[in-house]
Structure formats: C-alpha cells, structure tokens
Unconditional design. Structure first.
Length: 243
C-alpha cells in the first residue's frame, strides 16, 4: 500500500494554493510526489487540486504530506492508503479516456512565478471545454541527479512540467478548441523556459522546440542520427535531423 490522492480547493483560492504548492513541492523528499491542476469538477465547479503521493511507510507519508492536506483548509481531502496500481491509474479517466479529442501545449520551467500563476488562473476561468485542465508536474529527486550528458534527455535540473491539456468530445469543435489553446498558450509560454519533455511536443510546434528540449545533447544526437539514419527515414516524431 502507498499513500495517494488529491486535495481540492475552489478556484477563487487558486493563487494562494499555487503559491503554497510552489514552495511545498520544492522541498519534498524523493519518496514524495506532488502535482497541481486547475480543472472543472464533475459537478461543473472550477477547482484547483494538489495531487499527492508517497512511496514509503504510510505514517511517514502522513507526516510529509500533512502540510498540503491542512493548507486552506481544502474543501475535500481524498488522500488515503491505496494499492500502488490504483494510484497509478487515478488520472486515467480524466486524461486518457478513449474517444476524447485532445490537444496539448507544454513547457518546462525552473520557476513558477506569480505572473505564470496569474495567467494560468485566467485561463482556467475561461476554459473552452469543461474537460480541459492546466496540469503542473514537479520533477525532482533521483532524475535530477543524473549527469546532463549521461542520457539523451539533458534537462535534468529540478523544475516543473507545465501543460495545457485541452479536451472535448465533438470533432466538429476541433478548430474552436485548438484556436483557444494556441491563444492561451501564447500568454503562458513567455513565463516558461521554452524546452519541454519531448513526448509532450505538439505536431504543430516549431522545430526549434526540439532543439530546446534536448538542451546541450542535441548536437551529439544529431551526429548519431547522421551516422545511423542519414536519410532521416525515422522522422514522424519530434525530429532530430542528421547533422
């Protein structure tokens, strides 16, 4: 069993909650995880959530996660012991349901500035779809202690992965939903680093985002591409062109 679940607050408390989350998630041990999201509840209420997990003894997890469970206080505290596989699937219905239309924009940032928080809250107040969300994932711990040049992924610093996850049901709404996301992202992106986790790169992102996302390792990867795939046959991806 592990500890997991989320605490929920009304959107009008979002700035204070996200400022708390910024500090709380910056000082967690490796065993703990903490994500934040701006979303709409099944009842149609705009909410801010902090999603929590602890991979270790339950009593220690209760101690480590207590500040996030008591802050506010929240309108709902759903954190509880559960099987690991249940916690792993906790967001599947919200973000991986079959048949839903999706369009992402994403970037990494080493700081969650107050300006970023203000822009995110503005977007959450004006979601084009009740299924959409703004999700913020903290990257910390063992992943940040790997040397930058040890693997292809070079952005090893402690940081946050910030995402607009736009979702809607009817394909007829594609143009409207995608336009909303692009316009909102134009306001949010200046408050991020420009690089992103490569699996989050959208098909219409500029090629420069691929270079930014591999950081200092891009040139080495391009040289390997020239050696093993000089014709760029494997190109239906966030593409690294042969050097």
């Amino acid at each position: 069993m592990v500890l997991g679940g989320m605490v929920l607050h009304p959107l009008d408390k979002a700035k204070e909650v996200l400022q708390f989350y910024r500090e709380f998630s910056s000082n967690l041990p490796d065993e703990a995880e903490s994500f934040a999201a701006l979303l709409t509840s099944p009842d149609g209420d705009a909410m801010v959530a902090i999603m929590l997990g602890y991979n270790g003894p339950i009593d220690e997890g209760e101690r480590v996660l207590r500040p996030a469970r008591e802050f506010g206080p929240p309108v709902a505290d759903l954190v509880q012991p559960m099987p690991y596989e249940v916690r792993q699937a906790m967001l599947d219905d919200a973000f991986a349901a079959h048949g839903v239309q999706r369009y992402w924009k994403s970037s990494l940032t080493e700081t969650l500035s107050d300006d970023f928080i203000d822009v995110a809250i503005e977007g959450a107040r004006n979601f084009a779809s009740l299924l959409s969300a703004i999700a913020i994932f903290r990257i910390h711990g063992a992943a940040t202690r790997v040397d930058t040049d040890a693997t292809a992924f070079g952005m090893r610093q402690a940081q946050w992965d910030c995402n607009i996850i736009s979702q809607w049901d009817d394909p007829a709404d594609n143009e409207e939903q995608i336009t909303w996301t692009r316009e909102f992202w134009a306001k949010m992106e200046p408050h991020t680093s420009g690089g992103t986790y490569v699996n989050h790169i959208a098909a219409d992102d500029k090629p420069e985002r691929v270079r930014a996302s591999y950081g200092p390792n891009y040139d080495r990867l391009a040289a390997l591409k020239k050696k093993y795939d000089p014709t760029n046959m494997f190109r239906l991806n966030p593409n690294i062109r042969p050097a």
